[in-house]
Design a binder for this molecule. Structure first.
Ligand code: GLN
Length: 471
């Protein structure tokens, strides 16, 4: 059952929040040992469910939360040995707002350490498996959230997206994932990776469920100076009639897509044309280089953000006589990929190299953004694949650059600060495929409206519950 259906059942008194919580908890206990989607379960869930007022708008909804989003009193690891035993003393705004509306946190989901990766194999604990094929990755870094939603271990989940981490796993697991406009969802309580790119986003099995979460979470937050005063109107927007929109198919950088992805693009265009949308090919010339700029800027910000893990304030503290020994022993706990990013980031920010790398990447980012703005004078939405192919086998990307290349279609939206949504749109050899819609800054609602039209026109043909449904 979809989240909005569960919610309606709770509102009608046909099922209690406690019963819903019980069903999902049992299901996680039965199925998750073979998936590895969760790092921590909320042991107080049933007790918390007792206290929920069934009249609240999200009463009865349980949410899986990516483990780089802090939850008060509930262990939050960011997939790292450094925070293995970290119990946050405060709550992320996104979580606090969902809870205030009656939702409950089911548990914390697995991720690549600090969000750095595209497969969830960089989790310090264990990899997560794709519910469609246990030999394949679920994508990353929000792989635990994507696998949980695909397997219906949770009706909805939160992820975070710095360079694609909501959308890419959503695509590889056959679910929906939204990377909102930068600033629409507060980052307060999101463990920082690259602060100018990080956004929390919802994952679900229907567009309406994304809207449910966004209406609860988005909006100005005095605790995040970069949050936007753009009141969410997602559910209302979905109820309005959709005008015929102009769709731009981005042709740049479409290198080596699998046949299934090419087919999905064609079929999606045909569906929207059938709804009266106009379609044309457009050019976003800087897009093919976005990956290069991203893998300078994101590590640069990460090297600064991760400097706080020195053993003095948070999480693990290494042993040693002098301060520097403590810092070294503490940071020895970072995984290999995190160390690589800190090294790269420190290098590109070092004097003598700053202008050659960081400065140029920043200038490039401004150009990419300006090009996107110009494109949106001609079209209302951009369409491109989320990933060039379906889920890849575990262990098949040992070369870091090969892993980075998985993000070629997703990093553009983060660098431009604009909203992007991945939606299920095809199949290839039994595996789900996702495509991506991008909208102008602040027009997140438009993405959901177009995606809902597609979801309805295709009669949900691209949704499957590989392990059945909880309810
Ligand atoms: N795969 C990208 C990276 O490793 C994006 C990760 C993310 O969005 N958190 O940086």
């Amino acid at each position: 059952m979809l989240a909005y259906e569960i919610r309606a059942k709770v509102a009608r008194g046909e099922v209690s929040p406690r019963e819903v919580a019980q069903v999902y908890l049992e299901r996680v206990r039965t199925l998750d040992p073979s998936l590895g989607a969760f790092l921590t379960l909320n042991e107080n869930l049933l007790e918390e469910a007792e206290g929920v007022d069934p009249g609240l708008p999200l009463a009865g909804l349980v949410v899986a939360v990516k483990d780089n989003i802090v939850t008060q009193g509930l262990r939050t690891t960011a997939g790292s040995r450094l925070l293995e035993n970290f119990i946050p003393p405060y709550e992320a705004t996104a979580v606090a707002r969902l809870k205030a509306m009656g939702a409950l946190v089911l548990g914390k989901t697995n991720l690549d350490e600090f969000g750095m990766g595209s497969s969830t194999e960089h989790s310090a604990f264990f990899p997560t498996r794709n519910p469609f094929d246990p030999g394949r990755v679920p994508g990353g870094s929000s792989g635990g959230s994507a696998a949980a939603v695909a397997a219906d271990l949770a009706p909805v989940a939160l992820g975070s997206d710095t360079g694609g981490s909501v959308r890419q796993p959503a695509a590889l697991c056959g679910v929906y994932g939204l990377k909102p406009t930068y600033g629409r969802v507060s980052r307060y309580g999101l463990i920082a990776y690259a602060s100018s790119l990080d956004q929390i986003g919802p994952m679900a099995r229907s567009v309406r469920d994304l809207a449910l979460l966004m209406d609860a979470m988005a909006g100005l937050d005095p605790l995040d100076a970069t949050s936007l005063d753009l009141p969410p109107r997602f559910q209302r927007a979905l109820a309005e009639p959709l005008p015929a929109l102009r769709l731009g198919l981005v042709r740049e950088g479409l290198w080596g897509n699998s046949p299934g992805v090419e087919r999905a693009l064609e079929e999606a265009l045909a569906v929207w044309q059938g709804l009266g949308f106009s379609v044309r090919e457009v050019s976003w010339p800087s897009l093919p280089l976005a990956l290069n700029a991203y893998y300078i800027l994101a590590p640069a910000e990460a090297s600064s953000n991760l400097a706080r893990y020195d053993g003095s304030l948070y999480g693990y503290r290494g042993e040693g006589e002098e301060g520097v020994q403590v810092v070294e022993a503490t940071r020895a706990r970072f995984g290999l990929e995190v160390k690589r990013r800190v090294l790269v980031g420190t290098f590109v920010l070092s004097s003598g190299y700053y202008e050659a790398y960081y400065g140029r990447a920043q200038a490039f980012r401004r150009r990419l953004k300006a090009e996107a703005r110009a494109l949106f004078a001609e079209v209302d939405l951009l369409l491109l694949p989320t990933t060039p192919h379906p889920a890849f086998p575990l262990g098949s990307r040992p070369d870091p650059l090969a892993m980075y290349r998985e993000d070629l279609y997703t990093v553009g939206a983060n660098l431009a600060g604009i909203p992007a949504l991945s939606f299920p749109a095809g199949w290839e050899e039994g595996l789900p495929l996702g495509l991506q819609l991008l909208a102008p800054w602040g027009e997140d609602e438009r993405l959901l409206r177009a995606a809902l039209a597609f979801e309805e026109a295709t009669d949900r043909a691209f949704l499957k519950a590989p392990l059945g449904e909880a309810l």
